[in-house]
Design a protein around this ligand. Structure first.
Ligand code: DON
Length: 550
């Protein structure tokens, strides 16, 4: 097989990139033209470097996603999958690519009823990875730089090494026992048996060699041949069912974004196989900007109304949503204005609906946003599901996802009186997601791009931060820092972020909310906004990310 040579310019950029220390600031808000907001500043630097070398926002996002998988492997990587929403400024259209993992034909549906599965069975959670096929298609359709140049920052970081970020360092320390179950994870991230510390240089030579082949040969390198065999063997050795044929035939799917016109904005957001966009669309259709603005962001009344909107969406999710290619789901009807007007009548300022239980957790997702000087924007969420996915690493250095854990168990739909979940495990299905890449347009220009990580908190966070910006005028830096809340799966009906005031708790309780608090540790939103011609970018301090505007 022929290996391509890397240009000196890129070699130089990469060395500069890997030598730069992670800057202490976690958010940025500067005027500029190109921007990147990611969960790891090294990924933002990769995006900016590729855009400065003549690439567009798509090249930047693809470079950042590859880099994210190297430097923040707890959250995403080439063993996972994701969704990308793009605003193409010149063509004046949105483009959305679904590269989510799919269940293999041999998926063991019964096993999902007895979760959590033990270590010997964690291969059952592994779906066919979509990341490389998706990034390749995204780049083929809309990128400008050569493919090998957008893979190069990640390849180089994996081979030459990179400074370990603080967030990953703290995950390694707190999850030591869980992560050491995989020998490759242990050898890379626990040198001498101890968790690597922030700032330590980490090399991932196996992954570097895999990325080198992907740079030279494209997705074939991963979906066929020895690397594909390695993925299949690793998943099957832990009870999984992936086959070579399923890897070979994996395809990303172009989909139509959900679009809502609201208060002079066009909001483009994520359709199935995610539930996230439905939540954004339903919330916007329930309330006017004026109604929310006059309540105020910090008021109990506002938080209660939004929580009620979320409860309605979560119930719809349980009852109706699953892979739309495996059953009919009428999303237009679910978000229809008439239906939302009816629902609005049932939402009261002083009463709370009950909602059956849902599940929460994880660090295994990375959202990133890029924007170029031509006004193109990419909002991309990539994931391996939980922290380090299935905690199975292939000989080729790939952290395999545990995405199939997003299928719903029968016991969880019982309270909804459903015989079967629309999101039950089925061969070839893509499990329902919460990931919510979103882009807001005004007068044909992208003015806001956002998305997040944090499992079921993603859609609730994205909805809140979208309103923070569009209704309450919070800048990205203010919005990512502001305290937020979650409508959860447990007995409590609203979970406020730690530190919420007693007055707010009392006010919500008066409205019938059962109030509790929680830390929002691994639930992070990235955001780029354009305000009066200025590009502002911010990365959520909760996951210690980095945003750059240049
Ligand atoms: O697609 C989903 O909704 C989940 N697999 C995302 C998991 C996640 O965000 C974990 N934590 N950050």
């Amino acid at each position: 097989m022929r290996r391509q040579k890397y240009t000196p310019l890129f070699a130089f950029l990469l060395i500069a990139l890997t030598l730069l220390l992670v800057a202490p600031g976690v958010t940025a808000q500067q005027a500029g033209r190109r921007a990147a907001a990611t969960e790891n500043e090294l990924a933002s630097r990769a995006a900016i470097a590729v855009m400065q070398a003549g690439g567009n926002a798509v090249d930047g996002a693809v470079a950042a996603a590859f880099m994210a998988g190297v430097v923040s492997p707890q959250s995403s990587g080439i063993g996972g999958g994701g969704f990308a929403l793009v605003w193409l400024a010149e063509a004046q259209r949105g483009y959305l690519l679904d590269f989510r993992e799919t269940a293999p034909q041999g998926v063991d549906a019964a096993a999902f009823e007895r979760r959590p599965l033990g270590d010997a069975e964690r291969g059952k959670y592994v779906g066919v990875p979509g990341e490389v096929a998706g990034l390749f298609e995204l780049h083929r359709a809309h990128g400008k730089r050569p493919w090998k140049d957008v893979v190069e920052p990640a390849r180089s970081a994996a081979k030459l090494g990179f400074p370990l970020g603080k967030f990953l360092a703290s995950s390694l320390a707190s999850q030591e026992k869980r992560l050491k179950v995989d020998a490759t994870l242990a050898s890379v991230f626990f040198p001498g048996g101890k968790p690597a510390v922030a700032g330590a240089r980490v090399q991932r030579p196996l992954l570097g060699a895999t990325l080198e082949r992907i740079a030279a040969e494209g997705p074939k390198a991963l979906y066929e041949g020895p690397i594909a065999q390695d993925i299949v063997d690793t998943a099957r050795a832990a009870g999984g069912a992936l086959t070579l044929e399923e890897l070979r035939s994996y395809r990303p799917i172009e989909r139509k974004p959900i679009e809502v016109s609201w208060e002079g904005y066009r909001v483009l957001t994520m359709p199935l196989p995610s539930a996230g966009g439905m939540m954004v669309a339903q919330t916007l259709r329930l309330f006017s900007k004026q109604e929310l603005a006059k309540l105020g962001r910090e008021s109990g009344a506002y938080q209660h109304l939004i929580a009620e909107a979320m409860r309605g969406s979560l119930a719809d999710r349980m009852r109706h949503l699953g892979d739309g290619d495996h059953q009919k789901v009428d999303m237009d009807a679910l978000v229809a204005e008439g239906r939302m007007a009816q629902r609005r009548k049932t939402i009261a300022i002083d009463r709370t609906h009950a909602l059956p239980r849902f599940g929460l957790e994880g660090q295994g997702t990375h959202h990133l946003v890029t924007m170029d000087e031509a006004g193109n924007m990419v909002s991309l969420t990539t994931t391996v599901n939980r922290s380090f996915g299935a905690k199975l690493v292939t000989k080729s250095g790939i952290v395999l996802n545990d995405e199939l854990d997003d299928f719903t168990a029968q016991k969880d739909v019982a309270p909804f009186a459903l015989a079967q979940s629309p999101n039950r495990p089925r061969p070839g299905a893509r499990p329902l997601s919460s990931m919510t890449p979103t882009i807001v347009l005004r007068d044909g220009k992208a003015v806001l791009g956002l998305g997040g990580s944090g499992g079921p908190t993603i859609a609730t966070n994205v909805t809140q931060l979208l309103l923070d910006n569009l209704v309450f005028g919070l800048s990205p830096a203010e919005a990512v820092k502001a305290r937020r809340f979650y409508v959860p799966s447990s007995r409590a009906t609203i979970l406020l972020e730690d530190g919420a005031s007693e007055a707010l708790k009392k006010d919500l309780a008066w409205r019938g909310e059962i109030v509790a608090t929680m830390p929002f540790k691994s639930s992070a939103v990235q955001m780029i906004a354009v305000h009066q011609g200025r590009v502002l970018a911010a990365s959520d301090p909760r996951k210690l990310g980095g945003a750059i505007v240049k």
